[in-house]
Ligand binder design. Structure first.
Ligand code: FNR
Length: 389
């Protein structure tokens, strides 16, 4: 894990992508067209929730232990009966082609090399099948933006199942897109040109319905097909809890609800037989003014932590952030923007390096804190603090 450091300190071989989490965004900015940069770095409203996501981490501090046998660390975890190399998963992020031509297929390939599960977005610029091929024997999950049309939903689930995606992540917080000023200030609005619609455009059921309604293929009528697909998945019409039965009927593996922030919703997830939840506010890209995601984690874990698997995202930037989320009861975390900044700076190798850097930082920080394995990342290692001024 410490190869990055050894190469730098001893051989003056410095990494392609900065390992400073605060500089990473700047480095990506210098590489990306402003439209793509605004899309990834942007948030909803005045970005108050994006700020809160980081501030929430600052409210917790580590309290390290000494003289413990932690020279060798074990980062492995078990989720839904599977063993994974570490508690880090790649968050679903749409339209990756606007950040680098390596796009989803490249990122899925390098995730497989380092044992990080790749979660494919419904809003992808590579298809379900292309990503499965690139990911090979690597672990992969599928993220659903839940279409209005049940036939299309079932078709997506069947494709994901047939292509080795083992868990289903259902994102609940984005049934309509938020008020995101950057979009109208010239961010890349991916969906209008068909870029984030590859999943839809390659779907046989969507194609058949489209041909019946409009004549022709999505490729012939990109604008019309994009509008149709965006209407399916970001329709502005929310689903309701009882409709989860359809997903349960057509999916064999674990179902994980993403975007849970309220403990009562966490209880409803248990009541409706879900296997997991992801405590997330979509990286502050949906409801601005919402509470920092980490803030809600302890209450949610208290309410349902023994009944389903709680995963966390929104604001993770360092190894210690991961330890804090685990200590507050999460079983795993998702990395979003940092890996995408890496992709922007150095393609799939850049993204791989960012993920490896975060894993190395986690490993090293666990060692310095006196923690040997993931079970050791518990509440005894942290304290809530408030420094004024
Ligand atoms: C996202 N996110 C997201 N989530 C999802 O369920 N489906 C998606 O298609 C996308 N697309 C997407 C695009 C971009 C550019 C970003 C930055 C994020 C949200 C993502 O999965 C995760 O919740 C956040 O990225 C977590 O916040 P941080 O830690 O990246 O700030």
């Amino acid at each position: 894990q410490n190869k990055i450091y050894r190469d730098g300190l001893l051989h003056q071989q410095f990494p392609l992508v900065t390992t400073d989490p605060n500089k990473l965004e700047e480095q990506a900015k210098s590489k990306l067209p402003p439209t793509s940069y605004n899309y990834v770095a942007g948030g909803a409203g005045e970005k108050a929730t994006m700020d809160a996501n980081r501030l929430a981490f600052r409210q917790w501090k580590m309290v390290p232990r000494m003289l413990r046998p932690t020279t060798q660390r074990d980062l492995r975890i078990k989720l839904f009966g599977e063993t994974y190399e570490s508690p880090v998963l790649m968050a679903p992020v749409g339209v990756q082609t606007i950040f680098h031509e390596d796009k989803e297929t490249g990122l899925a390939e390098v995730c497989s090399e380092i044992g990080v599960p790749y979660i494919l977005s419904t809003a992808s610029s590579s298809s379900i099948e292309e990503v499965a091929k690139a990911n090979g024997n690597g672990p992969r999950w599928y993220q659903l933006y839940w279409p209005q049309d049940d036939d299309i939903t079932i078709s997506l689930l069947n494709r994901a199942k047939a292509n080795g995606y083992t868990a289903l992540v259902v994102t609940l917080d984005t049934w309509a897109l938020a008020w995101r000023p950057a979009d109208l200030d010239g961010a890349y609005i991916p969906f209008i040109k068909g870029v984030g619609n590859r999943t839809g455009f390659t779907d046989p059921v969507f194609r058949e319905k489209f041909a019946k309604k409009y004549g022709g293929t999505p490729e012939d009528k990109v604008q019309q097909a994009s509008e149709e697909w965006v209407g399916e998945v970001f329709s502005g019409a929310a689903h309701t809890w009882d409709q989860l039965a359809l997903l349960k009927k057509h999916w064999d593996g674990p179902i994980i609800l993403k975007g849970i922030q309220h403990p009562e919703d966490a209880k409803l997830a248990v009541k409706h037989g879900c296997d997991g939840i992801i405590v997330s506010n979509h990286g502050g890209r949906q409801l601005d003014g919402a509470v920092g995601s980490l803030e809600m984690l302890p209450e949610i874990v208290e309410a349902v932590g023994d009944k389903l698997t709680v995963i966390f995202d929104s604001g993770i930037r360092t190894g210690v952030d991961i330890i804090k989320a685990l200590a507050l009861g999460a079983k795993a975390v998702l990395i979003g923007r940092p890996a995408i900044y890496g992709l922007a700076v150095g393609g799939k190798h850049g993204a791989k390096q960012v993920l490896q850097g975060i894993l190395a930082d986690l490993d090293q920080s666990m060692g310095l804190a006196g923690i040997q394995n993931i079970a050791g990342c518990n509440h005894s290692m942290i304290r809530r603090v408030q420094y004024g001024g």
